[in-house]
Design a protein around this ligand. Structure first.
Ligand SMILES: NC(=O)C1=CN([C@@H]2O[C@H](COP(=O)(O)OP(=O)(O)OC[C@H]3O[C@@H](n4cnc5c(N)ncnc54)[C@H](O)[C@@H]3O)[C@@H](O)[C@H]2O)C=CC1
Ligand SMILES: O=C(CO)COP(=O)(O)O
Length: 374
């Protein structure tokens, strides 16, 4: 005879979820939540887009092929979108998170959790997105849903796994914590969440991987192959680990979906806007002409600066992120920046072993990469 299931270990799903942001990822998450049986309100800042979405049951700008399931309502009235909601997914670009959380806060009862799905670090403060939301909308659990997730594949029903993490009160039993409740609330036959208690660790992965993906894109665009990509992914993971641990995250979290998983995805596919931006730059496309000048959200371009500002403040060595910053923010020629990165003094792996000595082919690297890269 099978043992009876202890129902106190099964989380209660949220009834109504509000998604703030009707871009690609906001739309995909709203679709997932509706498919999972939630009552979903998808808030868009553009009233015409919201009206067209509600009327045609398709978002006219993003994921146009995806029919919106029943149970999903699109709207541009923020108060109406948040009325009676039990949990919020905040899915606008990282630079808008403080403003969006502050706008939502007075419309949300205390205790309603906000899960921030933007990936980045705030420029002025060096804070992670959950910390920004905590300041702007205090008095509630704050979390994230993150991982290797291209919006179009998620919406198309490709098996997709994410990590959900959230702050919580000390007395709440594990199954009733917001992270577990959100995980259950988003679970479908194709969408599989995992629960983590290391919010810092998973968020650092999401913020830094976009910068590393730009580096991989640049090098692929310049004509280098898989050896180079694997080297940058691996050394990039080391940079994520250093920052995560310094900020209080756990080393093992970095090899989870929000770290290695997302890093591999973003560094390996032209579907990634960050990789694709880097690829075009590596091919010699000028900064202003990438994506034919269209205003595409490339979080790593902006976060190359925020991540390295934070690393410098913490006296952490993040040389790939520094290289990307030199190229995208300081305008240093790619060949020169890469040669300087590549011919740094030789060192140990892992970093804990204290060993460095000069690179004997520094000048040759400068000549080689200077000649062949833009
Ligand atoms: N697209 C994807 O596959 C994934 C994206 N993400 C993250 O989600 C965040 C949003 O990305 P996407 O949805 O892909 O971007 P997107 O470019 O598709 O859409 C951005 C949305 O934010 C809205 N928005 C922009 N500025 C705003 C403001 N000031 N106030 C309110 N709304 C504003 C836009 O109108 C648009 O609806 C980013 O941080 C991204 O890294 C995370 C996982 C997957
Ligand atoms: O975060 C993402 C996948 O997990 C989306 O990556 P891009 O923003 O580079 O397209």
């Amino acid at each position: 005879m099978e043992a009876a299931v202890d129902i106190s270990t099964i989380p209660a799903p949220y009834g109504r979820i509000t998604v703030l942001g009707g871009g690609a990822w906001g739309t995909a998450l709203a679709v997932v939540a509706a498919r999972a049986g939630r009552e979903v309100r998808l808030w868009m800042r553009d009233a015409r887009q919201a009206e067209a979405t509600a009327r045609t049951r398709h978002n006219p700008r993003y994921l146009r092929k995806t029919a919106l399931p029943d149970g999903l309502e699109a709207m541009s009235d923020l108060a109406a979108a948040l009325a009676g909601t039990e949990a919020v997914l905040l899915v606008t670009p990282s630079v808008t998170v403080r403003d969006m959380a502050a706008r939502a806060a007075p419309l949300l009862p205390a205790g309603v959790p906000i899960f921030v799905c933007a990936k980045g670090i705030e420029a002025e403060t060096g804070l992670l997105m959950s910390q920004v939301a905590e300041q702007a909308a205090p008095g509630r659990p704050i979390g994230t849903v993150t991982g290797p997730t291209f919006a179009s594949e998620t919406a198309a029903g490709h098996p997709t796994a994410v990590t959900v993490a959230c702050t919580t009160g000390p007395d709440v039993p594990p199954a009733q914590r917001p992270a577990a409740r959100m995980a259950l609330s988003l679970t479908t036959d194709t969408f599989r969440p995992y629960v983590s208690d290391d919010l810092v660790g998973v968020e650092v992965g999401g913020a830094v991987k976009n910068v590393i993906a730009i580096a991989c894109g640049i090098l692929a665009g310049a004509g280098f192959g898989e050896n180079t990509r694997a080297a940058i992914i691996t050394r990039g993971l080391d940079e994520i680990k250093e920052l995560a641990v310094r900020l209080g995250g756990r080393r093992e979290t970095v090899t989870g979906l929000g770290g290695l998983g997302d890093l591999m995805l973003t560094c390996s596919s032209p579907q990634s806007r960050n990789f694709s931006y880097g690829f075009q730059r590596g091919q010699g496309v000028a900064e202003g002409a990438v994506f034919d000048g269209a205003p595409v959200v490339v979080e790593g371009r902006f976060n190359a600066v925020t991540v390295t500002d934070l690393a410098r403040r913490l006296e952490l060595n993040m040389p790939i992120c520094e290289m990307v910053r030199e190229i995208v923010a300081d305008g240093r020629p790619i060949g020169e920046a890469f040669a300087a990165y590549w011919s740094r003094p030789l060192m140990a792996e892992p970093r804990a072993m204290d060993l460095t000595f000069p690179h004997p082919a520094e000048d040759a690297a400068a000549r080689r990469f200077g000649e062949m890269m833009p």
